[in-house]
Design a protein. Structure first.
Length: 176
């Protein structure tokens, strides 16, 4: 889903019911950096539209008894940001043996871990853990570096909201 078809998401609720679906995952296409082309207003679902539409559709779908999973994306400044690279044993393993803690690093060949002799080992300095802190005021460091247009700041330069980790999802259990 992107801004191009966001208006069609509400049509999924009756379709899900008609098809007897028990689990629904709302996936939003994340266009990163220069690949976003015309900018976030042309492709990405902006903060105001996201909050006005996605949680409501998830709730309505759950009311049908369907379990709904979706990326939360925008966190209130008081909500705790959790990076999957820090709060869980998540790894991105590449065929060449490189191992990353965050998908950001697939764009930068400075991995902090690798597989050697069938063991996960730390790499020497300088690596991703030296250059990218996974706990910044904006939330997701990948978003801050690659998609900064998703962020807004108040007059004091403090983020108005945080961007959630793309690996951690919200889930609403169906309550039919």
């Amino acid at each position: 889903m992107s801004i191009a078809n966001l208006h069609e998401l509400s049509m999924m609720v009756p379709l899900i019911n008609d098809l007897g679906i028990s689990r629904f995952f709302i996936q939003v296409i994340g266009l990163r950096g220069k690949s976003a082309g015309d900018g976030p207003e042309k492709s990405q679902v902006l903060h105001s539209k996201w909050l006005a539409i996605i949680p409501d559709i998830a709730k309505k779908t759950a009311e049908l008894g369907v379990t709904v999973t979706y990326p939360k994306v925008f966190l209130d400044p008081k909500e705790i940001f959790e990076c999957a690279g820090l709060v869980a044993e998540n790894y991105f393993i590449f065929p060449n043996g490189r191992v990353y803690r965050c998908p950001l690093c697939e764009d930068y060949p400075i991995h902090s871990l690798e597989i050697r002799n069938n063991k996960l080992v730390k790499t020497k300095k300088i690596n991703e853990s030296d250059l990218f802190k996974l706990n910044i005021p904006e939330g997701c460091v990948m978003n801050k570096l690659i998609q900064p247009d998703n962020l807004s700041y108040n007059k004091d330069g403090i983020p108005k909201y945080k961007i959630a980790c793309c690996l951690l999802k919200e889930e609403i259990k169906g309550n039919k």
